[in-house]
Design a protein around this ligand. Structure first.
Ligand SMILES: [Zn+2]
Length: 403
C-alpha cells in the first residue's frame, strides 16, 4: 500500500475518532501512536495501516517457504531466485518487475527475525543467523566465537562432526583459544548440546517460538514493537457493562488526557484555572474527580455505605488500580465494579453543566445522579431485578446490605 494512501486513510480515521470536520479541527488528546497501541498498553487497539500491510504481505513470505511445489512459487523462483536455502525469495535487482513483490521481498529481514526452526537434517538452517537452539541468533549471543569461526554463512549440518560413529560439534575456529575465550565457547557448546541432527528428517520452520503457523495478528504485534503503559488497567477500564462513551472517558482520564483546565493551559489556552465545583482550587483531573471537596463527599457517601474507610488515591489511574473486589454476591460485585465509572462520569457531566450552563448541583442531586446511573446500567444487565428505583433513592443502605 503506498505511503501516500496510508496517510490519507489514517487521517480520515483520526478525523472520525476526534470528530474533526473540514470546518473545525478539534483537539486530539491522545497521539495517533498512543491510539494505535494495544488496549493492554493504554491504546485503543487501532491498527496502523502500514504495519498491518506489512503483516499481510509477510504471509506471502511464509507461504513461499511452505508451498514448495506451487505454480506461483515456481514463477517467482524463476524470476527472482531464492535465498536462505529456499525459505525466502531472492532479491534480484531488475530494471523491471513487480513492485508489489519487491515490497514483499524487502520485509524479509524483519520477517526472518520472528521465525525459528526445528532442526532435522540441518541443511537449510543458518548456524549463526537463524533461531534454532535458543531464542535469538547465536551470532548475537556469542559474538567472539562468531568472529573466530571460519564458516560464517554455513548451515547447521556443516558444523556436525562424526567421529567413531558419534556425532559432535566442530565450531571451525581459525585459531587456538585464549583462556578468557573458553567460557564463551563452553557456553555455546552447552547451548547447542541438546540439539541433534537427523539426516532422515527435513528441517521445519516455525512462526515465532510458539510453533504455531503464521498468524497475521501475531505478526502485526511483532512488526509493531509497541511501547506503552505497561501497567495500564485495561480490564478495569474497558468494561462491557458500561456504555462505550463512558469507557472512552475513563480511558482518557486514566491517561490524564481529559480537557481539564490544567490540560488546556498546557495547550496554551489562556484560561483562569479554577475548579468550578468548589471554587477554591486549581482544576486537574485528580482534583476534579477525587480530591475536590464535592468529589470527596460523593466518594465518602458511596464508600461509607459499604462500611469502608479509605484514603483518597493520588490519581484516577491509582483509583482504578486500587478498586479491588469485595465480598459480595455476583450481582453485588458487578455493581461495585461500576461505581468508579459512574462517579467519574457523573462528576464530569456535572462539571460541564456548571461551567457551560451555569447550573448548580446540591450534593443530594449529585448522589442521586450517580445512583440513577448505577441503576440504569445494572437494570440493563439484569442484575437488579429484586430492586425498584425507589430502593436506590430512599433505601440505599438496604440495597447495599442485600448485595
Ligand atoms: Zn474543586
Amino acid at each position: 500500500m503506498p505511503v501516500s494512501v496510508v496517510k490519507i486513510l489514517e487521517k480520515k480515521m483520526r478525523d472520525f475518532l476526534w470528530n474533526d470536520t473540514t470546518e473545525k479541527r478539534r483537539l486530539h488528546w491522545v497521539s495517533w501512536e498512543g491510539v494505535c497501541l494495544p488496549k493492554a498498553l493504554g491504546g485503543l487497539n487501532v491498527k496502523k495501516l502500514r504495519t498491518m500491510n506489512r503483516a499481510l504481505l509477510a504471509k506471502w513470505l511464509w507461504r513461499f517457504g511452505d508451498e514448495k511445489d506451487a505454480l506461483w512459487r515456481r514463477i517467482i523462483l524463476e524470476k527472482y531466485g531464492e535465498s536462505h536455502w529456499g525459505w525466502n525469495p531472492g532479491q534480484r535487482v531488475m530494471p523491471y518487475g513487480s513492485g508489489i513483490w519487491r515490497g514483499i521481498a524487502n520485509i524479509g529481514t524483519d520477517f526472518r527475525k520472528w521465525t525459528s526452526f526445528s532442526v532435522g537434517n540441518g541443511k537449510s538452517i543458518s548456524f549463526w543467523e537463524d533461531h534454532w537452539c535458543m531464542d535469538g541468533a547465536l551470532r548475537t549471543r556469542f559474538p567472539t566465537v562468531f568472529l573466530m569461526c571460519d564458516l560464517k554463512e554455513e548451515c547447521v549440518a556443516a558444523f556436525v562432526r562424526v567421529e567413531n560413529g558419534c556425532k559432535g560439534w566442530d565450531l571451525h575456529l581459525r585459531r587456538s583459544l585464549n583462556d578468557w575465550e573458553l567460557e564463551e565457547v563452553g557456553e555455546l557448546l552447552m547451548t547447542i548440546s541438546d540439539c541433534t541432527v537427523n539426516e532422515e528428517v527435513a528441517d521445519q520452520r516455525r512462526w515465532d517460538t510458539t510453533g504455531k503457523t503464521y498468524l497475521v495478528s501475531a505478526a502485526y504485534t511483532k512488526f509493531a514493537q509497541n511501547n506503552g503503559v505497561t501497567d495500564f488497567p485495561a480490564s478495569l477500564v474497558w468494561r462491557t457493562e458500561t456504555p462505550s462513551k463512558v469507557n472512552f472517558f475513563v480511558w482518557a482520564t486514566v491517561l490524564r488526557k481529559i480537557p481539564t483546565m490544567d490540560s488546556l493551559k498546557r495547550r496554551e489556552f489562556y484560561l483562569p484555572n479554577r475548579c468550578e465545583m468548589c471554587g477554591c482550587c486549581e482544576e486537574t483531573a485528580s482534583h476534579l474527580l477525587l480530591h475536590c471537596s464535592v468529589a470527596n463527599e460523593v466518594w465518602n457517601f458511596f464508600l461509607g455505605a459499604f462500611s469502608l474507610r479509605w484514603c483518597s488515591p493520588s490519581s484516577p489511574a491509582a483509583m482504578i488500580h486500587a478498586w479491588s473486589g469485595c465480598k459480595f454476591s455476583k450481582e453485588g460485585k458487578t455493581l461495585w465494579s461500576l461505581i468508579p465509572h459512574a462517579i467519574f462520569w457523573v462528576l464530569w457531566k456535572i462539571r460541564n453543566d456548571v461551567i457551560f450552563n451555569s447550573k448548580l448541583y446540591p450534593f443530594h442531586v449529585i448522589v442521586l445522579k450517580v445512583k440513577s446511573t448505577l441503576y440504569y446500567w445494572g437494570k440493563g444487565l439484569g442484575i437488579l431485578d429484586q430492586f425498584w428505583f425507589q430502593d436506590f433513592v430512599f433505601r440505599w443502605e438496604t440495597v447495599v446490605q442485600a448485595l
